[in-house]
Design a protein around this ligand. Structure first.
Ligand SMILES: [Ca+2]
Length: 471
């Protein structure tokens, strides 16, 4: 009898599997389901089944699950199949046929994807799990499935069904996606989930409900999708089909930046006029170099921006580079356009050659310091400024006008010079050398009157000497 049932099951499975494969292909083409065999068309391929008794052994150790007394069945039902209370069902966890002991006359199950669905017929004090590890690529991710459950317990803690995302390494619960009662999960679902009895449909019918949950928070990692059934009471049937995790890859945001920013002059800090990238996606921009930076003069300098989207689940980061030209700055020269007049003969000094600049450097003037300009108005003095930082500054020049005026002091000066040159005539005054009482003895020469007359008529020294030689 058992062999016949097994054979019949095998045929059903084969037929169902054939039909389902086509359906799966269609589904895969339409939606990239990341779950292997999420609709149980290949029985439990891709899934790991597990069970364990709730209570510890008397010595505190966990009972070997292999030796656990059968208290529930991980079975597969065909669409529309009715599992009777006293029927036999193949248990894919223990790999044996198990007589069912539901307190109903039976349940009719409905697949929502393909021709098969998973059923769990709890009827004893035991935990059951069904899980598989799923690699979720970066992007947005959604977990959805169809489910039926029917608690026949009398108080909620004794029977519960939860669907979790777990860490494949530690098996720790990352996220409780769904639960019928509050397990001691760290992050209870925010779902308004049905309470006991709400899933009860028509007698002996197992209607499937659809569930969907955003699990984008776990994109980019591997998670363990886990169905966990806890039963400390009695009968607790459930059914599952069409598990799907779909992912939408992150998109690259579009960044727009003016391709060629206008040239700037050295000394201009980078600001909104240059660092003005935009995106159609919300996020923030990080520029290198940052705003406020003063670039050295030079062409084709790189400006880089990194864009960090606000929604890092749906969008990738992005970056962009553009070039900018920084022109040399021309130093500002501060110098009076009209210098204070000087008097002719006054050499140029720092009083006139006093241009300044806010930039370090040196001035060369033409004419330069010490030069004496001819008298005249509006004479041009030219200044050339050479900056110390020739990499970032141009040389610069400026002109100033200077009036050089004649003065009265300057006109008298030549006369003074000539007076000094005739000084001997002054010293050989006739009164001294030609004094008749001294050089000319009145009794001998008898011509004092000539000498005296000579000294009178001429102021020259020669005249006086001549008078001496005559005796
Ligand atoms: Ca199915």
């Amino acid at each position: 009898m058992k062999k016949m049932i097994r054979a019949a099951l095998a045929i059903v499975t084969l037929i169902a599997g054939t039909v389902m494969t086509r359906s799966e292909d269609t589904a895969l083409a339409a939606s990239p389901n990341l779950i292997v065999n999420g609709s149980f068309e290949q029985d439990y391929a891709g899934w790991t089944l597990w069970k364990s008794v709730l209570k510890k052994n008397p010595d505190g150790s966990t009972p070997d699950k292999i030796t656990v007394v059968q208290a529930g069945t991980w079975g597969i039902a065909a669409n529309g199949e009715r599992v009777s209370a006293r029927g036999s069902k193949y248990d894919y966890c223990d790999k044996t046929y198990v007589a069912q002991s539901m307190n109903l006359s039976g349940l009719t199950f409905h697949s929502t994807e393909g021709q098969q669905l998973a059923i769990q017929l709890q009827d004893g004090l035991i935990n059951h799990r069904m899980y598989q590890d799923v690699v979720i690529p970066a992007g947005t991710a959604t977990l959805s499935w169809d489910m039926f459950w029917k608690s026949l317990g009398t108080s909620t803690p004794e029977q519960s069904l939860s669907i979790n995302l777990r860490d494949p390494g530690t098996d720790a619960i990352l996220r409780n996606v769904y639960t019928t009662v509050g397990l001691s999960d760290p992050t209870p679902s925010t779902w308004v989930y049905p309470r006991r009895g709400e899933r009860s449909g028509p007698v002996n019918d197992a209607p499937m409900n659809h569930y969907s949950y955003d699990i984008s928070a776990y994109s980019g990692r591997t998670v363990r999708l886990d169905v966990y059934l806890r039963n400390e009471l009695g009968y607790f049937p459930s059914a599952f089909d069409n598990f799907q995790i779909t992912s939408v890859a992150r998109q690259v945001p579009t960044i727009t930046w003016q391709a060629i920013p206008a040239d700037v002059t050295y000394g201009t800090p980078l600001g909104a006029a240059q660092l003005n990238a935009t995106s159609t996606v919300a996020g923030r921009f990080v520029y290198t170099p940052a705003a406020g930076t003063v670039l050295n003069a030079g062409n084709n300098q790189n400006l880089h921006v990194d864009f960090i989207p606000a929604d890092t689940t749906a969008y990738t980061s992005a970056s962009m580079d553009i070039r900018i030209n920084v022109l040399k700055a021309t130093p500002v020269i501060n110098w009076s356009k009209n210098l204070n007049p000087i008097t002719h003969g006054t050499p140029l000094t720092a009083d006139q050659l006093n241009a300044t600049s806010t930039v370090a450097g040196s001035f060369v003037y033409t004419p330069g310091p010490g030069a004496i300009l001819d008298a005249g108005n509006n004479q041009i003095i030219h200044a050339v400024f050479t900056p110390t930082d020739t990499a970032n500054y141009n040389t610069a020049s400026a002109d100033a006008k200077l009036n050089v005026v004649k003065s009265k002091v300057a006109a008298v000066a030549p006369i003074i010079t000539r007076t000094l040159q005739t000084a001997p005539a002054t010293t050989d005054a006739p009164g001294k050398t030609g004094a008749p009482g001294k050089t000319g003895a009145p009794g001998k020469t008898g011509a004092p009157g000539k000498t005296s007359a000579s000294g009178k008529t001429s102021a020259s020294g020669k005249t006086s000497v001549s008078a001496k030689a005559k005796p």
